[in-house]
Design a protein around this ligand. Structure first.
Ligand SMILES: [Zn+2]
Length: 189
């Protein structure tokens, strides 16, 4: 999938988890953090690709992306369960360094970014290439599995751009409308 689709799906997955399952006692900072980390978590797996959106969203990103590219093959450890676990641990450790007066609740933010990251892996599994989910085993897995892989989605193709992208955007609008009261309550503390 392309970065734009991953981003919206990440927001839908991470934000959806937080709005549906968390209680309303969290501070506004936690909601903001959930949005930021859902966005980042959905793009981080493609950080091994110099052309990826994540490198366009940070300063000097183009340069860093070009430096790292020759050493990492796209869809490697970052598209595996081990990658997901390492990423979750790193985020958890970084969040623990944040000053407590920021009032960010660490657990739901960690879970939200983990879910956004996992949403990236899951959606890439539906593409023609598949993902090396059990890395370091290099075998690529996808949904549906072979020999039914003919119906998998082409990254950047019409089905992703027109159908999936529209549906997930409608999903985000629907999410915001359905949880509007809770969002208002979380913001206006
Ligand atoms: Zn990817």
């Amino acid at each position: 999938m392309t970065g734009k689709t991953h981003r919206v799906i990440g927001l839908l997955a991470g934000g959806g988890y937080f709005l549906a399952l968390s209680n309303a006692t969290y501070q506004p900072a936690t909601l903001s953090a959930v949005i930021v980390v859902s966005y980042l978590g959905s793009l981080i797996p493609d950080a091994d690709d110099a052309g990826a959106d994540i490198w366009h969203s940070i300063p000097l990103g183009h340069t860093v992306g070009k430096i790292t590219d020759p050493f990492l093959k796209h869809r490697n450890i970052s598209h595996s369960l081990i990658g997901l676990i390492i990423y979750t641990i790193i985020v958890y450790m970084i969040l623990n360094l944040m000053p407590s007066y920021w009032s960010i609740s660490i657990l739901p933010v960690t879970i939200a970014t983990s879910i956004a990251y996992a949403s990236h892996l899951l959606t890439d599994a539906f593409t023609v290439e598949g993902i090396p989910i059990f890395w370091p085993w290099h075998r690529m897995f996808g949904i549906p599995p072979k020999p039914f892989d003919g119906i998998r989605i082409e990254t950047g193709g019409w089905f992703e751009n027109i159908i999936i992208f529209s549906l997930v955007n409608i999903g985000v609008i629907f999410l915001v409308i359905s949880y509007w009261q809770k969002i208002k309550f979380l913001i206006l503390k």
